[in-house]
Design a protein around this ligand. Structure first.
Ligand code: FEO
Length: 391
């Protein structure tokens, strides 16, 4: 696909992908592995595709250019979803220089055990293509130590690696041809599940990009949709998301054995909604909901309420799982409360509060416990608990 004069997208759209990072992350809208071919006096290939598509990628690429006329390869990021086809490609053009960060050399050697013609580059280094040049911008820990962005002058294109990416398959790969709310959700889901632990670095990198004052007409991430209409919008989104982002939403997460905690969750939701103050409330049973989607909902929430039945003195497994994952993401600036049912030991609620606190949430109140099956009186308490929590 031609995306600019003498720039082609030569990647792979993966409609079939439903899980990423092994089985860790859901990708309900598939993904794409974006690779770009820039032609000038010197021709350069930016990134490749995921390993299973190596042959398809190289075969397609060779219908577009004599592989021996690729003068340089740029590996912005060594993760195998972008470097996977490199091994097969390098069998065809073994001496081609590979421009990457110093950490990229380590990662690529670590994955492929090859002594390719690596050319380590750092921020500010340039690669002259003839009529245009590429400037490298290191972006360590966004989201790997090796990550780099690069900028093509003349065409004003920022190739941004995983940054600004989304797992979103489409044959119409521009933001102005894409449903905005779907695109925003997928970009936010990507941020919330992959980038959020590195938010401090995002803030610095966005500041650095702004200070460089580069004219940007097109942002080309390594996954999903490219931004050509108001491309700065996704940079501004990242600046917001990195800064303790929250919407006017409260998310209720629970797990339940015999519906007691479920009834509590639903009554709390009605209490939150009763204030009718514009706060959005959503309810998820963690045992049957997709974890990556829930994390995205937590990310956009100003507060969460978490409930579980007490079991073996602790809580149900799906609550442990979600709170442990959230802890590792390092969210901040959000409030939380605990609730739950029990038979003979009320320790589950205290347990949830401790887990939430260690995950960085500010705990509101002592939580709400209910023995056995909640009656009308308890459900009214839950309703009031929701209204007070929201307030
Ligand atoms: Fe899309 Fe970090 O690889």
């Amino acid at each position: 696909m031609k995306i600019k004069e003498n720039i082609q997208w030569v990647g792979k759209i993966d409609w079939d992908l439903k899980k990423f990072h092994g089985n860790e992350l859901s990708t309900f809208r598939g993904s794409s592995y974006n690779s770009y071919l820039i032609r000038d006096e010197k021709n350069v290939l930016i990134d490749t595709v995921w390993t299973p598509f190596s042959k398809e990628f190289v075969d397609n690429l060779s219908t577009q250019i004599d592989l021996n006329k690729i003068d340089y390869i740029i590996a912005l990021h060594a993760e195998p979803d972008h470097s996977g086809a490199l091994a097969y490609l390098m069998e065809k053009i073994p001496g081609t220089p590979i421009y990457c960060s110093a950490n990229g050399v380590k990662s690529l050697k670590g994955y492929y055990h090859k002594d390719w013609n690596f050319v380590p580059v750092k921020t500010g280094d340039k690669l002259n293509l003839g009529s245009r040049e590429i400037t490298f911008i290191e972006a360590p820990m966004l989201h790997w130590p090796d990550t780099m962005l690069c900028y093509l002058n003349g065409e004003n294109v920022l190739f941004s690696s995983d940054v600004f990416g989304q797992h979103y398959a489409s044959e119409f790969m521009y933001n102005d041809l894409t449903d905005h709310s779907e695109l925003r959700w997928e970009a936010m889901k990507y941020y919330a599940n992959i980038v959020v632990p590195f938010s401090k670095k995002v803030i610095k990198k966005v500041e650095e990009l702004k200070a460089m004052n580069l004219p940007i007409d097109l942002i080309c991430p390594a996954h999903g949709i490219m931004f050509r209409k108001d491309p700065h919008c996704i940079i501004e989104e990242y600046a917001n998301w990195a800064n303790e982002y929250k919407e006017n939403q409260i998310t209720i997460l629970y797990d339940t054995m015999y519906n007691s905690t479920r009834q509590m969750a639903e009554a709390i939701a009605k209490g939150i909604a009763s204030r009718n103050d514009g706060t959005l409330v959503k309810v998820f049973n963690c045992s049957n909901s997709d974890r990556s989607e829930i994390i995205t909902e937590i990310f956009r929430s100003k507060a969460i309420a978490v409930g579980s039945a007490t079991v073996n003195g602790g809580v149900l497994a799906s609550i442990y799982e979600i709170l442990n994952v959230v802890k590792d993401l390092g969210l901040s600036g959000k409030k939380a409360a605990a609730f739950g049912s029990y038979g003979w030991s009320p320790s589950g609620v205290k347990h949830i509060s401790e887990l939430l606190q260690s995950a960085g949430f500010e705990i509101v109140g002592d939580g709400l416990k209910s023995q056995w099956n909640p009656d009308e009186n308890v459900l009214a308490q839950c309703f009031n608990f929701g209204a007070e929590f929201s307030a």
